[in-house]
Design a protein around this ligand. Structure first.
Ligand SMILES: C[S@@+](CC[C@H](N)C(=O)[O-])C[C@H]1O[C@@H](n2cnc3c(N)ncnc32)[C@H](O)[C@@H]1O
Length: 377
């Protein structure tokens, strides 16, 4: 079972970013569909992907894929899988389900049938009539799309956005995987200034600092696969060691993180300290209207409030201020994530590029304004 098919799941609209990350890690055989990238890989790649992918949500093992239009078909195909390879007698396997445009639309029935088939198969090896499920958590999903069932095992456990550094949140924090995607989509690199003028809990700045110093995002957390019987624990140990050896401790980054709220700044600072990044990010309280930045080819990534808490007028006014700042900082590139379809009107300039993406369930846009190339000064 050394060879496996893995799936990296992503937020909708960010598949290409994760695909590029995978290619940068050396993976070539990739199949992209909505919110998913299939990877031909080996079991030893499971720790690699979980530790290193910044923009993916989870890493799943694609155990099997088949057509199922009746519960009998579903039962038989699930029973045919060699579950003994994956599950010990006491593993706490949990069945999750989803169904889209399929004849088997009752998710709870799909879950029940899948669980029954797995139990019946396990009984052929483990001579018990009842499985205690007192051991390691193994999340199995039966997912139907247009009558094609995918049976997957979730190797990540908690979503990969849970890095472990964001102990406290301020108001509407951005998911870590989305923040990392925004940085990856910008032309920021470790030699350029970065500004995060609505920093809230500090997510964009912290993700950028981790990218700049080459800190793998999964180093501080646990994964479900660590307890899987079929994954050699040395794979994880070795990859973790490798990740630590690749951290660039000596690099000094130039990141400015500000927010109007003192409380947000305190929280963001504390979050950054968990990773030892306090030297790389300057946190300060500042209203965007008073922000003073050196006009030196920086990159500004903004996640302004989008109006649920402050009124629409105020949101438009803040976006107008951002537009003024862009005019003034004429060597900078600006990137703004906003759920506001009229953002460009208040900003007073059409974006050079605009990407639709989903921030959780919220349809958002990533407005991109490219400044001059700093390397052709
Ligand atoms: C959507 S949240 C940003 C969340 C942040 N990206 C994070 O991951 O936590 C918007 C932030 O804008 C800040 N804010 C609101 N008005 C502001 C202003 N005039 N100047 C600077 N920051 C402001 C709020 O305090 C809030 O933290």
């Amino acid at each position: 079972m050394e060879k496996v098919k893995l799936i990296a799941t992503t937020n909708f609209g960010l598949e290409a970013v994760t695909k590029r990350e995978l290619q940068d890690l050396g993976y070539e055989d990739l199949k992209v569909t909505d919110g998913k990238i299939e990877i031909e890989a080996g079991l030893s790649d499971i720790p690699v992907l979980n530790l290193r992918l910044r923009t993916a949500e989870r890493v799943l093992i694609l155990v099997d894929e088949f057509r199922a239009e009746t519960f009998e078909e579903l039962f038989e195909k699930v029973y045919d899988i060699d579950w003994i390879n994956y599950l010990r007698e006491d593993d706490n396997f949990i069945i999750e389900g989803r169904s889209v445009k399929s004849k088997l639309f009752s998710i709870s029935d799909c879950q029940r049938i899948t669980e029954k088939a797995i139990i019946e198969k396990l009984k052929t090896k483990y001579k018990v009539s009842w499985f205690e499920k007192s051991g390691a958590r193994v999340r199995i999903e039966v997912s139907l799309l247009k009558d094609i069932a995918q049976i997957t095992i979730d190797t990540s456990g908690d979503g990969l956005h849970k890095r472990g550094y964001r102990e406290i949140n301020y108001k509407a924090p951005l998911s870590e995987t989305i923040a990392a995607s925004l940085v990856k989509l910008s032309f920021w690199n470790k030699d350029r200034i970065l500004a995060d003028p609505f920093c809230g809990s500090g997510t964009i700045s912290i993700e950028a600092a981790m990218i700049g110093k080459n800190i793998a995002p999964g180093l501080m957390r646990k994964f479900d696969f660590e307890k899987f019987s079929f994954i050699d624990e040395n794979y994880f140990k070795e990859e973790k060691k490798k990740c630590y050896s690749e951290i660039d401790y000596n690099i000094k980054l130039n990141i400015f993180a500000s927010d109007i709220s003192h409380k947000a700044i305190d929280i963001a600072k504390k979050n950054s300290e968990i990773l030892g990044l306090e030297e790389d990010i300057s946190f300060f309280q500042k209203d965007i209207r008073d922000l003073d930045l050196p006009n030196d080819y920086g990159v500004l990534i903004a996640n302004p409030p989008y109006g649920e808490r402050i009124g629409k007028e105020d949101v438009d006014e803040l976006n107008r201020e951002l537009g003024k700042l862009y005019k003034y900082l004429d060597t900078w590139s600006f990137y703004v994530i906003s759920a506001n379809e009229k953002f460009e009107k208040s900003f007073a300039k059409k974006a050079d590029r605009n990407r639709k993406l989903y921030n959780g369930r919220l349809k958002s846009y990533y407005y991109q304004y490219f400044g001059p190339n700093p390397y052709k000064k």
